[in-house]
Design a binder for this molecule. Sequence first.
Ligand SMILES: C[S@@+](CC[C@H](N)C(=O)[O-])C[C@H]1O[C@@H](n2cnc3c(N)ncnc32)[C@H](O)[C@@H]1O
Length: 285
Amino acid sequence: MGCLAQGKLCTIWPMSPSKRIIRPIGQPTRGKTALNRLRQVDIYIALTRSACLIGISPLVVDVGYGAQAWTAIEMWERWLPFNPNLRLLGLEIDPERVAAAQPYAQPGVLGFRLGGFNLTDVLGGEKATIIRAYNVLRQYEEEAVTDALYKMGQALVIRGILIEGTSTPSGNIVAFDVYEKVTNDALVHRELVFGTNFRQLVTPVHFQAILPKRLIHHMQDEGPAAFFEAWQQALRLAKGMGQTGQRQQWQLAAHFLHQRFGYPVDIRRRILRRGYMGIQASLLP
Ligand SMILES: C[S@@+](CC[C@H](N)C(=O)[O-])C[C@H]1O[C@@H](n2cnc3c(N)ncnc32)[C@H](O)[C@@H]1O
């Protein structure tokens, strides 16, 4: 299948490099998902990383979309306004989930395939501009994280991003890491993002249960413990200033975290008021 773009025939869908059987790297895990669960993640990326969505026909990959393909399809639909030629490939390690998603495929633009963290084996030389692996690594052992991130990163274009994170079952709150590929071999952690849709009363403690896998077992470590304590204090300060609304408290607490406690928080209003707090650079080495 091909498309004529800027006078050249380009492949519009990644082809397998050969007919050999490629074993997906990873392990089967629970497939629970929910409609709109990853809405906050998609919107944050649209707000801050839309450069990854431009180009002739960029490819984005959702690794581990789950028992239903909802969140993968929603991601594609949310980002289509940035580029009507955007292509999305959903990968699943569970063959039944791949089969269940086929009725939703759209030739050349939206597809679902069997695959694991070894994306390069599936993409056949093509690279993605965004890879999302959400609520996937949380079910793995911590030791598997670095290798999984590295393997997925291999399939990114330079300046492409990898999103790894966790959410509550409904997606009311989310926490995720954004990594950027800077050279062929280097994937750099750019930010840790917390998000809330303000539908439930949220305190920093709630996020401790849904931290990205690299952090979740390190809550007692000095860096994460100090951060959450500072966030808690910042929230108390915000409430003490007479802020009664959750949104206002969230925004003011982020400013305090930045100004009084020195954390590299993204304090742009358009980010904070939508319920996001991005901390630049890593809390752990
Ligand atoms: C809990 S679901 C997450 C679904 C969706 N991403 C969400 O956040 O709602 C995790 C899914 O990841 C899949 N999975 C686990 N390891 C994988 C891997 N290495 N490659 C691809 N899919 C994987 C599982 O089969 C499962 O369906």
